[in-house]
Design a protein around this ligand. Structure first.
Ligand SMILES: [Zn+2]
Length: 73
């Protein structure tokens, strides 16, 4: 019974927006903010260099990782 309670609390922690480590939203938001800046950004997947992709008139529309090929759009 004690094990079940601990597992429920752990599951709830995954969905808690406050406290703990960064959420997926935090990671992706940080990557977007970095792409908008002129500095290099770490890939949220592998930590490699994320190169910004530009669109005429729209500025940065996404990014692509040179290491693992992941794209952010
Ligand atoms: Zn990557």
């Amino acid at each position: 019974m004690a094990v079940l309670l601990a597992e429920r609390e752990a599951d709830m922690q995954l969905w808690t927006e406050e406290g703990g480590g960064p959420t997926l939203d935090d990671v992706l938001s940080g990557a977007w903010e970095g792409l908008a800046a002129p500095s290099a950004v770490a890939c949220p997947v592998c930590g490699g260099d994320l190169a910004p992709r530009w669109s005429a008139g729209s500025g940065v529309v996404g990014g692509r990782c040179a290491d693992c090929g992941s794209s952010l759009a």
